[in-house]
Design a protein around this ligand. Sequence first.
Ligand code: HEC
Ligand code: HEC
Length: 339
Amino acid sequence: MKTATITKRIIVVSLILFTLIYSCRKEEVSEPQPPALTPYEVVYPGWIPQLPENGANPMTVEGVALGRRLYYDTLLSNNGQSCSSCHNQNLSFSDSTVNSLPHINLGWNFAFLWNGHVQGTLEDAMMFEVEQFFQTDISRLNASTFYRAEFKKVFRTEVITSREVAFALAQFVRSIVTFDSRFDRYMGFVEMLNMQELSGYSIFNSERGDCFHCHPVGLFTDNRFHNNGLDSVYNPQTWGVYGETGDPSDMGKYKTPSLRNVALTAPYMHDGRFATLEDVVMFYNTGVNITSTVDPIMTKPNHVYGLNLSVQEMSDLVAFLRCLTDTSLAGNPAYSNPW
Ligand code: HEC
Ligand code: HEC
């Protein structure tokens, strides 16, 4: 009898204790927690090099969406411009007058601007754009209830600084990938290139044209700096990386631009000196200037007198460059103006 009562009491006490502990725990859980963020995955073909991750700024759906808002917002500048003013989605996020560099596949890049002024991650490049180029007045963002709430959601911060602005922009720009050209579909065995394009491809990707050394198939840029022989005399407008480093061996070196969507990014070269792809190919064929800092590829024994391409071969090469255009990029709703 007695043992039964004790057992009953133990059960009752345990029940009370359990309910107490449980309700305490429930209270802990119901404390206001910021909503969880959804990881964002960048999708690209398996034959492309792996996208380097930046652990300090993991991509989230919410972060990319915030970066997209900022990219299209004139609030960032002091002159009514937004990033999209000179980086136009219809032109592979470049521009037809000021010769801006396109914002495509930049997550693979570690050196930015024609003369390599910014070295590091995409976050570093965005920091430069926000602080130096736009000189963004961050207090305007802090005055916006919309942005304060968005930044709090994405970065858990009460006060917005240029670091978070750069990080959000970097997430959006890293999400802009383009791998759906006819050439990509050829690589994926879903479409054939015509004879002319295939001939151009073989010139591009062999010692015949030697383009692939600096514009390797895949990203079509080696993300390095070369002097491809545009000039024979140098001045502040043509000295490129030398202007940054002061190292004479850097004279005339510029960033190798990606050739993806190159048909959309005229005019060509850092100063826009060539209006058409035909002009560019003509330059590589017969116009390369041999100076002491020109890249050794331009002076290989078989190139001493230019590439010696026939008129037909030059037009084949242009046809190949044209099949690097991803026509789906311009209309991709993921990258368009969200406002
Ligand atoms: C007035 C036109 C203009 C606006 C507005 C503009 N850019 Fe640019 N952008 C350029 C030009 C021109 C270049 C190439 C300049 C150079 O390399 O010297 C460039 C280059 C870049 C590059 C380097 C890309 C590479 O491949 O190295 C990045 C990154 C960039 N811009 C980001 C931005 C961001 C982010 C914004 C908005 C905050 C922005 N730009 C607004 C004109 C502009
Ligand atoms: C030694 C490295 C090198 C080789 C080889 C090379 N390029 Fe380039 N290419 C560059 C660099 C660097 C630039 C940018 C130069 C500048 O603006 O001053 C460039 C620019 C271009 C541009 C202009 C892109 C733009 O958006 O402005 C095209 C098109 C191009 N190259 C095509 C080719 C073709 C086709 C070949 C082969 C016949 C070739 N390149 C060989 C390094 C190279």
